[in-house]
Design a binder for this molecule. Structure first.
Ligand SMILES: [Zn+2]
Length: 81
Protein backbone atom coordinates (compact mmCIF):
# COMPACT_ATOMS: atom_id res chain seq x y z
CA UNK A 1 0.00 0.00 0.00
CA UNK A 2 1.47 3.29 -1.08
CA UNK A 3 0.78 6.66 0.48
CA UNK A 4 0.96 10.22 -0.76
CA UNK A 5 3.97 12.07 0.55
CA UNK A 6 3.91 15.85 0.85
CA UNK A 7 7.02 17.36 -0.64
CA UNK A 8 8.27 20.85 -1.25
CA UNK A 9 10.30 21.11 -4.41
CA UNK A 10 12.71 24.04 -4.24
CA UNK A 11 14.25 23.14 -7.57
CA UNK A 12 11.00 22.87 -9.52
CA UNK A 13 9.09 25.54 -11.41
CA UNK A 14 7.57 26.80 -8.14
CA UNK A 15 10.97 27.42 -6.60
CA UNK A 16 12.04 29.41 -9.64
CA UNK A 17 8.90 31.55 -9.43
CA UNK A 18 9.53 32.21 -5.74
CA UNK A 19 13.08 33.28 -6.51
CA UNK A 20 11.80 35.65 -9.20
CA UNK A 21 9.31 37.04 -6.71
CA UNK A 22 12.05 37.81 -4.19
CA UNK A 23 14.12 39.51 -6.91
CA UNK A 24 11.14 41.68 -7.89
CA UNK A 25 10.49 42.70 -4.27
CA UNK A 26 14.15 43.66 -3.81
CA UNK A 27 14.08 45.61 -7.10
CA UNK A 28 10.91 47.37 -5.98
CA UNK A 29 12.50 48.33 -2.66
CA UNK A 30 15.04 50.39 -4.59
CA UNK A 31 12.33 52.17 -6.57
CA UNK A 32 9.91 53.34 -3.97
CA UNK A 33 7.25 54.46 -3.74
CA UNK A 34 5.79 53.49 -7.12
CA UNK A 35 8.21 50.63 -7.80
CA UNK A 36 7.67 49.15 -4.36
CA UNK A 37 3.93 48.92 -4.91
CA UNK A 38 4.21 47.61 -8.47
CA UNK A 39 7.18 45.26 -8.21
CA UNK A 40 6.48 44.37 -4.60
CA UNK A 41 2.91 43.40 -5.39
CA UNK A 42 3.95 41.40 -8.43
CA UNK A 43 6.74 39.74 -6.47
CA UNK A 44 4.37 38.83 -3.65
CA UNK A 45 1.98 37.24 -6.14
CA UNK A 46 4.83 35.20 -7.61
CA UNK A 47 5.89 34.14 -4.11
CA UNK A 48 2.41 32.88 -3.28
CA UNK A 49 1.89 31.25 -6.68
CA UNK A 50 5.35 29.69 -6.58
CA UNK A 51 4.69 28.37 -3.09
CA UNK A 52 1.53 26.66 -4.33
CA UNK A 53 3.39 25.16 -7.28
CA UNK A 54 6.29 24.04 -5.08
CA UNK A 55 4.04 21.91 -2.90
CA UNK A 56 3.64 18.56 -4.61
CA UNK A 57 2.41 15.14 -3.62
CA UNK A 58 4.55 12.12 -4.37
CA UNK A 59 3.90 8.41 -4.46
CA UNK A 60 5.74 6.68 -1.61
CA UNK A 61 6.50 3.71 -3.85
CA UNK A 62 8.05 5.29 -6.93
CA UNK A 63 8.45 8.95 -5.84
CA UNK A 64 6.55 10.03 -8.94
CA UNK A 65 4.35 13.14 -8.81
CA UNK A 66 0.68 12.45 -8.18
CA UNK A 67 -2.38 14.69 -8.28
CA UNK A 68 -4.03 15.70 -5.02
CA UNK A 69 -7.20 13.72 -5.74
CA UNK A 70 -5.54 10.74 -7.44
CA UNK A 71 -6.52 7.34 -6.06
CA UNK A 72 -3.99 5.39 -8.08
CA UNK A 73 -0.42 6.42 -8.87
CA UNK A 74 -0.20 7.31 -12.57
CA UNK A 75 3.38 6.01 -12.69
CA UNK A 76 3.42 2.67 -10.91
CA UNK A 77 -0.33 2.00 -10.46
CA UNK A 78 0.04 1.70 -6.68
CA UNK A 79 -3.10 2.14 -4.58
CA UNK A 80 -2.99 5.55 -2.88
CA UNK A 81 -4.98 5.98 0.29
ZN1 LIG B 1 3.96 5.32 -7.82
Amino acid sequence: MATKLKKTEAMGAGGGLQLLGVVLIVLGAFMEPVGLVFFGGLGLLLLIYGGLKANVLKCSDCMGKVEKDARVCPHCRADLK
